[in-house]
Design a protein around this ligand. Structure first.
Ligand SMILES: [Zn+2]
Ligand SMILES: [Zn+2]
Length: 464
């Protein structure tokens, strides 16, 4: 139920009268979805590139999950890899929110070239079009919000605003509005200009380095196929984060600053988009460098914290902030006074924020593993495969007590003996594996056991 201003004021007044301590306790009311403007049906032309591209990357992302859950080697190494990917994604989000969005699209603050270079590189790694294109679309998104001049026009529905718009060529209204947007400032910035000029080259270089080459250096036992697939998986995750701002944050949530527009302040997106979820405020005051009424001290906004940190060393300056008085006046005039204006405890916010930002960790890492072998990974780094195999044989001889519990691998490919297979075979052949295997004191005993139980052909070859 939407409560009218007068009704709300009455409730507040009643509460005040009833409470001896004069503490007004009011539960913010979620404002119902504002009915979208009438849309004129239009026959959109299909954008074939995206018709192939988007399903392809989503399929690769699913394949990455399949590889992860069936072939992952597990253990601390796998956890480390996931922490790396989630953290790299968070860094990339700074490139979008602090860079393409607040700096380039809105000019909400100014930045010296080293900061622009860092943000530009991080934005490149997100593969969400170059800064020029991103900012142009975003300026149109603001100027012609929720109409056909806005590429992600929410009036055409949730799916359209989230992903649907990418499958089609732009609406004629959008094309007609493009020349009305001043983009001269963007191309005057050499970082934007040269990023656009050699965009594909930079994408391959930066994305390839950050999401495949560095992980391969840090976790050399992971295969190239797996790392490329994980690269795509995290690309898809970040794409959806950005798209959620266009869909969810234009449909569900509170409208404390302007209840006549679609954008909302959405609590989940506040965390997921690192301070980009105060979208009702942002559409009411797009020039604010904090993208919210408050700074990072009063509510979850790591992007503002980052900009403030760079301001300390002088790399960010001229940060524009809307005065409290103007916000109060605007809120009074157009806002929904019953809606939540976030100003939460910082400690709680940080805990919640980290939990939400790092959600892929428990989800991705949460698969069952065999504890016996995961702590005993032997990894061989010799030059040739023969040397690796020799070392493995030696390890078998030296560690005969534990050999069955050890998944071994070398850098020439993924585990030579698949740990799952090894373990499964053992479960079949030897019920209380660890205890029973302690009987084998010599190599000969061990080999004869292997032969009689026909465990693994690969293991047999190794033991010849
Ligand atoms: Zn918006
Ligand atoms: Zn914006």
């Amino acid at each position: 139920m939407i409560i009218s201003r007068t009704q709300t004021e009455n409730i507040l007044l009643n509460n005040k009268n009833q409470n001896n301590n004069n503490v007004i306790i009011t539960k913010p009311e979620r404002v119902k979805y504002v009915k979208p403007a009438k849309i004129v049906p239009h026959q959109f032309e299909i954008a074939w590139f995206y018709v192939f591209f988007l399903p392809t990357i989503h399929s690769i992302a699913v394949y990455a999950l399949y590889l992860h859950f069936t072939k992952g080697i597990g253990g601390w190494s796998e956890l480390g890899l996931n922490v790396y990917y989630v953290s790299a994604n968070i860094l990339c989000m700074f490139g979008i929110i602090a860079g393409a969005h607040r700096l380039w699209s809105h000019r909400a603050y100014k930045a010296k070239w080293p900061l622009r270079l860092i943000l530009g590189a991080l934005q490149t790694a997100t593969i969400q079009e170059d800064i020029y294109e991103w900012s142009l679309k975003h300026r149109l998104h603001h100027k012609f919000s929720d109409t056909d001049g806005d590429p992600t026009n929410i009036s055409r529905g949730f799916l359209w605003a989230h992903i649907g718009w990418l499958f089609f060529k732009r609406h004629p209204t959008y094309l007609a509005k493009v020349p009305t947007i001043d983009t001269k400032d963007l191309l005057d910035d050499p970082i934007v200009k040269y990023q656009r000029m050699f965009y594909t080259f930079w994408v391959v270089l930066v994305r390839g380095t950050m999401f495949t080459a560095i992980p391969r250096l840090l976790f050399p036992h992971e295969s190239w196929t797996y790392l490329v697939a994980m690269n795509v998986l995290f690309y898809v995750i970040l794409l959806h984060y950005t798209w959620l701002v266009n869909s969810v944050a234009h449909m569900f949530g509170y409208r404390p600053y302007d209840k006549s527009i679609q954008p909302t302040d959405n609590t989940v997106l506040v965390y997921l988009a690192m301070g980009g979820g105060y979208h009702n405020y942002h559409h009411a005051f797009p020039q604010d460098y904090s993208g919210s009424e408050y700074g990072w001290e009063q509510n979850f906004n790591p992007t503002t914290l980052l900009i403030d940190m760079f301001a300390k060393i002088g790399w960010a300056y001229d940060r524009k902030k809307v005065s409290a008085e103007i916000i109060r006046m605007r809120t009074k005039r157009t806002g929904d006074t019953t809606a939540l204006r976030r100003n939460a405890s910082m400690a709680m916010d940080v805990v919640l924020g980290l939990l939400i930002l790092y959600w892929p960790l428990p989800v991705i890492y949460g698969r069952k593993r065999n504890r016996d072998w995961e702590n005993d990974l032997y990894f061989f780094k010799h030059k040739t495969k023969d040397e690796c195999v020799l070392s493995m044989k030696n390890t078998i001889q030296n560690q005969i007590q534990t050999v069955i519990l050890v998944p071994w691998s070398c850098r020439h490919n993924r585990p030579q003996v698949q740990p799952q297979y090894l373990h499964k075979s053992l479960q079949l052949k030897c019920h209380h594996n660890r205890h029973k295997l302690k009987r084998f004191q010599t190599m000969q005993n061990f080999v004869s056991f292997m032969k009689s139980h026909t465990i693994s052909p690969i293991l047999h070859t190794l033991l010849k």
